[in-house]
Design a protein around this ligand. Structure first.
Ligand SMILES: Nc1ncnc2c1ncn2[C@@H]1O[C@H](COP(=O)(O)OP(=O)(O)OP(=O)(O)O)[C@@H](O)[C@H]1O
Length: 145
């Protein structure tokens, strides 16, 4: 048993299409605990930190444009092995590959021009979660609680 925190973002497409509640329900139905939650407008600096492995990719400008196209909801959720499990619950990065029953399979618009719009982000490791919680919740002094 390994209790972990994950940083989950409801991306601008998820907010605009009315899926905040759906994402929260998926978290709560799985009996994960929501430790913090807020709506924010992402800054370019936050995104450069969050997507530091992708800033050199040709599609980074698309990511930035998409992620600043509207508010996002940032959530810290905690639970047993939440990191791997929630990524399975979200489905693959490309929503056209995501099965029904996953968040992206159920709520993302699978095809269309422009950047991949896939409703949610969630941390991919304990280290990423710690880094991402600091980016999106800098006001939290003690991330242990
Ligand atoms: N080939 C691509 N073309 C356009 N956008 C992409 C591409 N690959 C990834 N992205 C965008 O960059 C984001 C981060 O990609 P990453 O490979 O980290 O996938 P992920 O971990 O499933 O997504 P996220 O980090 O947002 O949860 C994706 O969610 C998507 O919006």
């Amino acid at each position: 048993m390994s209790t972990e925190k994950s940083l989950i973002l409801v991306k601008p497409d998820g907010v605009q299409c009315g899926h905040i509640g759906h994402v929260i329900s998926r978290i709560e139905n799985r009996r994960y605990e929501i430790k913090a939650l807020k709506m924010v407008n992402a800054t370019e600096e936050q995104l450069r930190q969050h997507y530091s492995q992708l800033v050199d990719k040709p599609y980074y400008a698309d990511i930035e444009k998409f992620m600043t196209s509207g508010p996002i909801v940032a959530i810290i959720a905690e639970g047993n092995e939440i990191i791997d499990t929630f990524r399975k619950m979200a489905g693959p990065t490309n929503p056209s590959e995501a099965m029904a029953g996953t968040i992206r399979g159920d709520f993302a618009r699978a095809w269309g021009p422009g950047p991949i719009k896939n409703v949610v982000h969630s941390s991919d490791s304990v280290e990423s979660a710690e880094k991402e919680i600091k980016i999106w919740f800098p006001e939290r002094i003690n991330t242990e609680n």
